[in-house]
Structures are given as structure tokens and as C-alpha cells.
Design a protein around this ligand. Structure first.
Ligand SMILES: Cc1cc2nc3c(=O)[nH]c(=O)nc-3n(C[C@H](O)[C@H](O)[C@H](O)COP(=O)(O)OP(=O)(O)OC[C@H]3O[C@@H](n4cnc5c(N)ncnc54)[C@H](O)[C@@H]3O)c2cc1C
Length: 473
């Protein structure tokens, strides 16, 4: 049983059904997706996912996973008008060099979050052995006989109507705001170990559509760090795209960015980004989301599972700064592990299963979470330092390497591919750096990244643009 029919929850359900399991998905929001991208965007109420209409991009890792595990979802995405982008092959040939056999793996298939989720839901809706109950809110856990002395065993869930549903395994996929700790407390379990960072990012984003279905050409990457703000420009489905400014939630001076005119003024001041405003806005305001912290939940505390019969997957397990667009790919990586752990260990021994899944997650998915969190902490500290007029020079070779790689990527075809590979969650930066000869190249070509000019107004000018004291030039 899966609690939560988000984009990863449904993908997980498809993987489990594909392995012969009967799966029930319980979703609190009542509405099913309407037909057609325009209707989905305008009229699918999804209160349960705060970021439902905020900019998303689906990385190449997600695309590769769909190729190998869920090709029917990839077909549904294409049919729904998802955009296909290959950040290496789309780069000028003078930069990328001749196409290579490996280049296909960089292809992404992406779209607005709601359109992608509807495509996954359309496939899930056709699968035998998969029941999706919308309007079914999980309110607590139901216990059965303990599989290990003193450790509660979860045998199902209770809905807010009082109905109880039993299951061999309960998979919490209720997202960033999962209530699992409260549910566990209510059955007498020890508290899971949550790591929650104290400050996160804030998003100011808008979606656009072109009259002729064309999407603006990228000048640089999807994500550019421009001093105290970052800009995200994300192509999406059916001739739509999004533009987002991201900063630290602590940066109160930039709060006026929630005003559409001020937001547009700030975007127009960014030479690499301004042309992305050339379209018709399709949302009626700047979409703002704050409180986007990194959070990791561990159901194994001091070597002991807090409960058996229940696991947390997707954002319910861990969520990170979405600017780097990793949430769905990481969630689906973990979903594959869940399927494979069930196949390998079975569910007959709930304790063994809990331990196996915990170890598999810690070994395979958690390192990506740690990398992402480290990058987030650095970026937030960098923003703080820049606001204070200083420079950010942490004694962390990983931070230096990441910036040097980004800088070298626009100078060399191997570095470009290595960079895209890291950004698209296909390789970790440490693995890329271990490739023969690459670290030397990255350092030689990109090591002086601090000397590169930043194509954006400095902090003082940004503030005067935001405050209306100066029009952007
Ligand atoms: C601003 C923002 C931008 C993002 N951009 C990207 C991006 O570009 N690329 C990317 O890969 N990721 C991105 N992410 C992360 C991505 O949105 C998540 O990783 C993804 O939604 C996780 O999917 P999920 O299925 O685990 O959870 P969710 O999508 O959050 O779904 C949880 C579901 O559980 C339901 N639910 C909640 N409580 C209950 C209950 N008690 N009973 C039953 N159902 C319940 C909710 O209604 C919801 O449908 C972004 C996140 C944010 C905040």
C-alpha cells in the first residue's frame, strides 16, 4: 500500500505492479487529472502538493530510468507534449565537438510538473492490480503482531473516515510534509531521526507560453548562479517554459520579488535570462514558495528500526533544494531499490526487509542526498557572505571542484560532458574527477572561476532595481 499519489508515488506503484504486486495507492486529494495539458494546468486541484504549479525540470537520470523501467510512461509523456532536450547535443558544435555515442544518455524529457504527473497517472490508471483511491486521507497506522521484540509492526493504515486497510507493506510517500513521525508516535514507536536544516531557499517563478510553440534558446545552463540570486530557465511541454529567481529565505530585501512588475524588472536586468520573458504569462501572479529546507528521515535509529512494515520513500524520506531538480530522479532511484529489495529479501521477515531496505537506501541513494545537501549549505552560506559584502572561500575541495567544472564546461567537450553528467544526476562529481586526466583539465581550464565576470547586476544595483530606484538597463 502506498500513501500518496504524487509523481514519485505513482511511479513507485507502477514499478511494484510491474513486479507482480497488488498495489493500492491512497491519495488525500480527491480530483483525478482532467484530459489535456491546458485543462490539467488550469483545473486540476492539487492542494496536497504545494509545488504542483511551480517550475520543475525532469533530469536525464529520470529519462534513463523511464527508458529502462517504465517505457510506457515515456511514451505517455511524449504524447502529452513533453519537451525533449539534450543539453550536450544542443550546445554549439564548436563547444561540444562531434557527437559521441554516449551523448544520447544526456537526453531529458520534461514538462510542467502537473502535466508530467498526469501522464504518469494516465499510465497508472490502466494497470491491472493497481488501485488508486483519490479522496482517501491516511490518518494513522494500524499495527499487527510484532516481528521483533518491542518494535511495533505496521499492518496497514487507518483513513480519516475510520476505515482500516491492511497491507503487507505500507510505503509512506506523502511528500515533504509527511506526518509519519506523528503516526509512529501514536503506535508507540520510537521517533525516527530527522535531520532538518534551519534555513532554505525561496522560489519566485512564473510560467510562459509562446504564440508559435517555440521555446527561447538557452544562453548558458538551465541554472545560473548570479551573485545573491540564482536564475532557473526551464523548457517545458507544449511550447511553455518557466523562469524562476531563487534566493535564500533569509534574504528579506528581495521579498518584493513577489510583485510581478518588480520580478519582471529584476529578470530583465539579467542579460542571459531577459529573453525568456518574451512570451505570454500563463499564471496570474509570481508563484512563491518558501520553507524549502533539506530534510532527511531515518527510520533506523542506533541500528534498530523504529517500526517494521513501513518505509518512507521519495520526499517523505528526504527532500532537498529543488533548484537542482533532483527530487523526482532521487525518489525514483529509491523506488527501484524498494522494488529490488522486495524481490531480493521478500516481506516474510519484516525485520530483515526493514534492515535491507535501509542499508540499500543508505548505500545507493543517500550519497546523492548528501552531495546535494552539501551544495545547498554552501550556496546558502555563499549568499549570506555576498549579502554581507564578503567573499565565500570555504575549505572544501568539493565546492571548488564543482565551480571549476562548471567553468571548464564552456571551454572543453570532455568537461562539458562531465559537467552535464553531474548536473543530470548520471555521475557524482567525485567519480567524474577520478576519470583519467580529467581533474587536471578541470583545474587548468576552470580553476580560476572566481575571476570570471558574473553576467548580472551587483548586489547594490539589484537592490535598487528591486526597490524601483533604478530601471534596469
Ligand atoms: C518549488 C519546488 C520545485 C521543485 N522542482 C523540482 C524539479 O525541477 N525537478 C525535480 O525532480 N524535483 C523537483 N522538486 C521536488 C519534487 O517536487 C518532489 O521530489 C516530488 O514531488 C516528490 O514526489 P513524491 O511523490 O515523493 O511526493 P509529492 O509529490 O509531494 O506527493 C505527495 C502526495 O501525498 C499526498 N498526501 C499527503 N498527505 C496524505 C495523507 N495523509 N494521505 C494520503 N495522501 C496524502 C499529497 O496530496 C500528494 O499527492 C521541486 C520541489 C519544490 C518544492
Amino acid at each position: 500500500m502506498i500513501a500518496g499519489a504524487g509523481v514519485v508515488g505513482l511511479g513507485t506503484a507502477l514499478l511494484l505492479c510491474g513486479d507482480g504486486h497488488e498495489v493500492t495507492v491512497l491519495e488525500r486529494d480527491a480530483g483525478a487529472p482532467p484530459a489535456g495539458a491546458a485543462e490539467i494546468w488550469a483545473a486540476w486541484p492539487r492542494k496536497g502538493v504545494s509545488q504542483f504549479r511551480l517550475p520543475h525540470f525532469f533530469l536525464a537520470r529520470y529519462g534513463r530510468l523511464l527508458d529502462s523501467e517504465l517505457p510506457e510512461v515515456k511514451k505517455a509523456l511524449a504524447a502529452a507534449g513533453a519537451v525533449r532536450i539534450n543539453p550536450v547535443l544542443n550546445a554549439p558544435e564548436a563547444l561540444r565537438g562531434p557527437a559521441r555515442d554516449e551523448d544520447d544518455r544526456f537526453e531529458c524529457i520534461s514538462g510542467r510538473r502537473c502535466v508530467v504527473e498526469a501522464a504518469v497517472a494516465s499510465v497508472a490508471g490502466r494497470v491491472p492490480r493497481l488501485e488508486i483511491r483519490r479522496g482517501a486521507a491516511v490518518a494513522g497506522l494500524v499495527t499487527g503482531p510484532s516481528a521483533r521484540g518491542g518494535v511495533p509492526h505496521v499492518a496497514g493504515v487507518r483513513l480519516d473516515t475510520g476505515e482500516e486497510i491492511t497491507a503487507d507493506l505500507v510505503v509512506d510517500m506523502t511528500g515533504r510534509r509527511s506526518s509519519l513521525p506523528r503516526w509512529l508516535e501514536a503506535i508507540g514507536a520510537r521517533a525516527p531521526r530527522d535531520e532538518l536544516d534551519d534555513c532554505g531557499f525561496i522560489y519566485y517563478g512564473r510560467h510562459f507560453r509562446s504564440a508559435d510553440g517555440r521555446i527561447p534558446a538557452a544562453q548558458g545552463g538551465f541554472l545560473t548562479h548570479l551573485g545573491t540570486i540564482s536564475a532557473l530557465t526551464l523548457p517545458a511541454d507544449n511550447g511553455t517554459w518557466s523562469v524562476t529567481l531563487v534566493t535564500s529565505a533569509r534574504d528579506k530585501a528581495l521579498r518584493p520579488l513577489r510583485d510581478p512588475a518588480i520580478w519582471a524588472r529584476a529578470v530583465r536586468s539579467l542579460p542571459l535570462v531577459a529573453h525568456w520573458l518574451d512570451g505570454q504569462p500563463i499564471d496570474d501572479r509570481v508563484m512563491v514558495m518558501a520553507g524549502i529546507e533539506d530534510r532527511h528521515r531515518n527510520l533506523m535509529v542506533d541500528g534498530t528500526a523504529v517500526a517494521t512494515g513501513v518505509v518512507a520513500v521519495g520526499d517523505a524520506w528526504a527532500c532537498t533544494n529543488p533548484t537542482v531538480g533532483r527530487g523526482v530522479s532521487l525518489g525514483m532511484l529509491q523506488a527501484v531499490l524498494l522494488r529490488d529489495t522486495i524481490a531480493g529479501t521478500g516481506l516474510d521477515d519484516p525485520w530483515e526487509f526493514a534492515c535491507s531496505f535501509h542499508h540499500a537506501t543508505a548505500e545507493t541513494v543517500e550519497p546523492w542526498y548528501r552531495d546535494t545537501r552539501a551544495g545547498d549549505r554552501h550556496r546558502l552560506a555563499e549568499i549570506d557572505a555576498l549579502i554581507g559584502g564578503g567573499e565565500y572561500r570555504p575549505a572544501d575541495p568539493g565546492w571548488e571542484l564543482g565551480h571549476a567544472l562548471a567553468n571548464a564546461a564552456v571551454k572543453d567537450p570532455d568537461c562539458l560532458r562531465a559537467f552535464v553528467s553531474v548536473v543530470m544526476l548520471l555521475s557524482r562529481a567525485t567519480d567524474v574527477a577520478a576519470r583519467p586526466g580529467l581533474l587536471g583539465k578541470i583545474t587548468a581550464l576552470g580553476g580560476e572561476w572566481r575571476d570570471e565576470p558574473i553576467p548580472a547586476p551587483g548586489r547594490a544595483r539589484l537592490l535598487s532595481i528591486v526597490n524601483g530606484a533604478e530601471e534596469e538597463s
